[in-house]
Design a protein. Structure first.
Length: 161
């Protein structure tokens, strides 16, 4: 499995665990990156968790607005978090092509969720990708690194890298 695919899976594990435990994702990330923690968290997995945390409200608004017939609360938790990672990569990760962000999210949904999930994830992320040029992502959102660093600064125990 390619390194970024593994990182996406690890980020999904952290986001899913945080939601299941009802704690902030950055707290779980800090626990998973503490010395002696296993399995390791790659820099890209940590970046994904921080990015989703930095843009959580906007990501959830977009998912909710375009998930026809589904509320966030009704979606399987795996799908919800796969969509969050995919939306983050679509909108705030300029080094990830849209097609890659979507196909990686669909693969995660295929491996980890229901039979209907891959089509649902594909359709919803494709809609967000289609709308991407017209979306108002807020002031400074084009500077993804600044957004991620701002969230990282809120978590002083989190080591760099």
């Amino acid at each position: 499995m390619p390194a970024r695919s593994k990182a996406r899976k690890r980020a999904l594990d952290i986001l899913f665990e945080a939601e299941l435990r009802g704690v902030p994702a950055l707290d779980v990330l800090a626990e998973r990156t503490a010395p002696g923690s296993s399995p390791p968290v790659s820099a890209y997995a940590a970046e994904l968790v921080r990015g989703v945390a930095a843009h959580a409200a906007r990501i959830d608004d977009l998912i909710a607005a375009h998930a026809e017939g589904w509320t966030l609360g009704r979606m399987p938790a795996v799908d919800r978090n796969v969509l969050r990672i995919g939306a983050y990569e679509l909108l705030w990760a300029p080094d990830v092509p849209d097609g890659v962000a979507i196909s990686e999210a669909v693969l995660l949904a295929s491996d980890l969720s229901t039979d209907a999930s891959p089509a649902f994830v594909n359709g919803l992320l494709a809609k967000i990708a289609e709308l991407k040029p017209s979306l108002e992502l807020g002031p400074g959102s084009a500077d993804r690194e600044a957004d991620v660093q701002a969230v990282a600064a809120q978590d002083p125990e989190e080591p760099e890298g």
